[in-house]
Ligand binder design. Structure first.
Ligand code: B12
Length: 226
């Protein structure tokens, strides 16, 4: 995309979010204010941009209206309280993103497995969520995965298995990684998996790609508690 268009659309986004946030403050709508903040974070806006170009102008507007007698003291207090809660939300979102950035997730399909669309989706979701992702892709032999997990210091290994017989190869891959990198945890999924793999410690079994970020969060938090 042309860089100027990128800048223009960023400006437009900032303006829209600024308006949405101001509207939320003026109507005392905390949920709408939080939504605007979440959208700003998801749009990748930086903290200074959010503070200077969304939150501050909305509060200036509140102040002007209050001075002109168009808003009551109570309205001004509500707007400030909402903003203080939104700032706490912003801080928490940053804390989560920073914690995730320090964790490396390695994604691979075991030897013989060529179906990797789900893994690609997971890679995107985890990156968007702030994780450091290393994608090995399809058909990765167990020894190569173990070696890569150790060299790249993977915290979590994500694997997908679709073809019949794939479950055994996936379990062999886990065993190989366990020897090379005992601290690694596992997130696995795919239609080849049966109930045999459920309930094993350090392994999250998922049915959908949308479960991936939560599954990795859980594995990482459990590892931190050990
Ligand atoms: C695209 C495709 C291919 C492509 C794959 C390209 C690629 N780069 O991925 C190619 C052409 C290579 C291919 C090859 C083959 N394929 Co194919 N393929 C498909 C197809 C059409 C789509 C698969 C897909 O991407 N689905 C979309 C993803 C998102 O869904 P999913 O993988 O099911 O994942 C979901 C969950 O399982 C879960 N999930 C999966 N993994 C993980 C992992 C984690 C960590 C998490 C959190 C979640 C998760 O999340 C998703 C839902 O949210 C399916 C049809 C189907 N019904 O699935 C056949 C299918 C899987 N293939 C099939 C077959 C038979 C083959 C071949 C043997 C064909 C041949 N004769 O060569 C080869 C085998 C290759 C091999 N050794 O792996 C059969 C398998 C039947 C079976 N179980 O025995 C299917 C079902 C088609 C059919 N109806 O016959 N295939």
């Amino acid at each position: 995309m042309c860089p100027r268009w990128e800048n223009d659309s960023r400006e437009v986004r900032l303006m829209e979010l600024g308006r949405a946030y101001a509207r939320a403050l003026l109507t005392g709508d905390e949920v709408a204010a939080e939504l605007a903040m979440r959208e700003a974070l998801e749009a990748g806006l930086s903290t200074p941009e959010i503070d200077d170009e969304i939150i501050a102008p909305a509060l200036w507007l509140v102040g002007d209206l209050w001075q002109r007698g168009e808003l009551s003291v109570a309205d001004e207090h509500i707007a400030t309280e909402i903003t203080l809660r939104v700032l706490a939300l912003q801080r928490e979102a940053q804390r989560v993103a920073e914690a995730r950035a320090g964790q490396r997730v390695m994604l691979a399909a075991p030897e013989g497995e060529l179906h990797v669309v789900a893994l690609r989706m997971i890679g995107n979701l985890l990156r968007d969520g702030g994780y450091d992702v290393v994608m090995l892709g399809a058909d990765v032999p167990a020894t190569a995965l173990a070696d890569a997990a150790s060299r790249h210091e993977a915290d979590v290994i994500g694997m997908s298995s679709t073809m019949p017989g794939g479950e055994d190869r996936l379990l062999l891959a886990i065993r190989a990684v366990q020897e090379a990198r005992p601290e690694a945890r596992y997130m696995i999924g795919g239609r080849a998996l049966t109930s045999r793999v459920r309930g094993r410690p350090g392994i999250e079994v998922c049915r959908r790609v949308s479960e991936a970020v939560e599954a990795v969060d859980a594995l990482v938090q459990r590892a931190d508690m050990n």
